[in-house]
Design a protein around this ligand. Structure first.
Ligand SMILES: [Cu+2]
Length: 172
């Protein structure tokens, strides 16, 4: 084999390397607003350390009958949840924050109450990276993010510390 053909081979194999999306999920937790609640939501930080844009397109869990990807929109000063059918984009080298008052994984028809400290299994499906199954701790008491969901006044304290909490998260 000549040097030239070795170099050519190396170039070809480099060119053949596919772009990839490498997904990391951090700080996931799930909560329901009360023990009797039939719906719950999960929040997390999704990072893409790969070199290809990706997208969370769906999620599934056996803890609920149905799972949707939601966001909050303001309509006439009232926060409402809406399904995001195209999913959540996670660009190459970027991250997307699923947090209270914003993007979240919505679980409807909970098969059992969300008990503080227990775990649920959540499978996230990405357009490029495929399926990723994670264990998500239930933390009904967590206060971070913008607590816009519902009219739960116990969240007022959490709202007051939003800025600090979010700054802390982005420094991770
Ligand atoms: Cu929702």
């Amino acid at each position: 084999m000549t040097l030239k053909s070795i170099l050519l081979g190396a170039t070809l194999s480099l060119a053949a390397l596919p772009a990839f999306a490498e997904i990391i999920v951090d700080g996931a937790y799930a909560r329901a607003s009360s023990p009797a609640a039939k719906v719950g939501a999960s929040f997390m930080v999704i990072s893409n350390t790969g070199d290809e844009d990706d997208r969370l397109i769906s999620a599934a869990t056996d803890a609920a009958d149905r799972v949707e990807l939601h966001t909050h929109v303001m309509t006439d000063g009232v926060a409402k949840m809406m399904e995001v059918e195209e999913g959540f984009p996670v660009e190459a080298g970027g991250e997307v924050l699923l947090q209270r008052g914003g993007f979240h994984v919505m679980m409807m028809g909970l098969t059992a109450p969300f008990v503080q400290g227990e775990m649920i299994t959540l499978t996230l499906t990405f357009e490029k990276a495929g399926d990723m199954t994670i264990m998500v701790p239930i933390d009904n008491e967590r206060m971070d993010g913008m607590a816009m969901e519902g009219m739960d006044h116990s969240n007022m304290e959490g709202m007051a510390t939003d800025g600090a909490t979010m700054e802390g998260m982005s420094n991770n």
